[in-house]
Design a protein around this ligand. Structure first.
Ligand SMILES: *Cc1c(COP(=O)(O)O)cnc(C)c1O
Length: 396
């Protein structure tokens, strides 16, 4: 099997698993317990918090553990919304191609009377700091723009957008779930007030994540109960997962440059190979993209069939995000960058992992080429394109 869906989730690293085991087998105490056995767990938790903070150039007190990226996104946005409302500010700026954890939270806020401006992303998926400057109003309480897009891999100019927000006195949140462990993060240098990350996207365990909130930004409680996480997030801490996340993040950050160089090489090889298929096009920016992200649209192809046939050949890929699969709607991300419905349906996302080889990439190229040809030969839609009954969207 070739696993090429690392944007959906990753295999846990050995270091992460090893870091977790002692906290399941031996040190399983509750950190809120007063006896020494519980306090050992407390110390481990705080140690992990410091190590994670160091990876982000943050202070440990600015790190809150959540159940993952979705919860961190929810809490970040609800926090900024609540703080804004207290000052009569109920306007939020975001983009049309955020993750649903962001977009659906914004939808909820709209029902509560907030106004949301979704910026257009260019055909490459890039947002400019100038667009953000123009969109910010007197009553804007939050700008939330993702660091790197999970479908097309576009990397935003986060530091510059953060600088605009800082100058205007507006909170800036970035969903860095795809970036953490893969791209450098420095919350101070990049002017970030709120940031979400999730361990299972960088070889850590599922169900654990971080919300970074700059000092002075008082978090809104989403999950009420005990006084864990300074009273901002109730629930007995998932110590094994936190330990796994800390180990995975440290490992990813230590090897970042090496992994980035290697993945970029594999990515370019894959892009070059898939570009040989006629009537297809790369989605997202050619340069400013995640090292492991490749996303193509092919004319005359139905994404689901493409994935099923690739699966038969032992290749795990995706048509977009794991969250949209199973629905027949084309990806909101591809529509946001201006892909017409008929080609947005024929998208293929391949997200590479560090363990992949050039031989794997070549096997993927061969399989996609074969499968696209086979599907097109069976497709009445494709016949219309070939016969000139419908116009092509892409060049040959
Ligand atoms: C995966 C992902 C999320 C959700 O993270 P979970 O930990 O699975 O809840 C949010 N945003 C982006 C960009 C993602 O890729």
């Amino acid at each position: 099997m070739i696993y090429a869906d690392n944007a959906a989730t990753t295999k846990m690293s050995r270091a992460a698993i090893n870091a977790m085991l002692p906290y399941m087998e031996q040190y399983y105490g509750n950190p809120s317990s007063l006896y020494a056995f519980g306090q050992q767990a407390r110390e481990a938790l705080e140690n992990a918090r410091s190590r994670i903070a160091a990876c982000l150039h943050a202070d440990p007190r600015e790190i809150t553990f959540t159940s993952g990226g979705s919860e961190a996104d929810n809490q970040a946005i609800m926090t900024a919304a609540a703080l804004g409302a207290r000052r009569g500010k109920r306007h939020i700026v975001s983009t049309a191609f955020e993750h649903h954890a962001v977009l659906h939270t914004l939808e909820k806020l709209k029902k509560q009377g907030y106004e949301v401006t979704l910026l257009d992303v260019h055909s490459t998926g890039l947002v400019t700091p100038e667009q953000v400057t123009e969109a910010i109003r007197e009553d804007t309480c939050l700008v939330t723009i993702m660091y790197a897009n999970n479908e097309i891999g576009t990397i935003q100019p986060v530091a510059e957008i953060g600088a605009v927000c800082r100058e205007k006195g507006v909170l800036f949140h970035t969903d860095a779930v795809q970036a953490a462990g893969h791209l450098p993060i420095d919350v101070k240098a990049q002017n970030i007030d709120l940031l979400s990350l999730s361990a299972h996207k960088f070889h850590g365990p599922k169900g654990i994540g971080v919300l970074y909130a700059k000092r002075g930004v008082a978090l809104e409680t989403i999950i009420s109960g005990g006084a864990q996480e300074r009273g901002k997030r109730a629930g007995t801490e998932n110590i094994p997962a936190v330990m796994g996340m800390a180990a995975a993040l440290e490992e990813a950050c230590a090897n970042m440059d090496e992994h980035r160089a290697r993945l970029t090489g594999l990515r370019e090889r894959l892009i070059h190979g898939l570009e040989q298929i006629p009537y297809g096009e790369l989605n997202g920016d050619r340069e400013r993209r995640l090292p492991g992200n490749v996303n193509f649209c092919f004319e005359g192809i139905e994404g689901e069939s493409l994935l099923l046939l690739l699966d038969e050949r032992g290749i795990c890929a995706s048509s977009g995000s794991a969250c949209t699969s199973g629905s027949l709607d084309p990806s909101h991300v591809l529509l946001a960058i201006g892909r017409p419905h008929e080609v947005a349906h024929g998208s293929l996302r391949l997200s590479l992992g560090e363990e992949m080889t050039e031989a794997d990439v070549d096997e993927i190229i061969q399989a996609v080429t074969d499968v696209v040809t086979r599907l097109r030969n069976m497709s009445p839609f494709w016949r219309d394109l070939v016969n000139g009954k419908r116009p092509h969207v892409f060049a040959e």
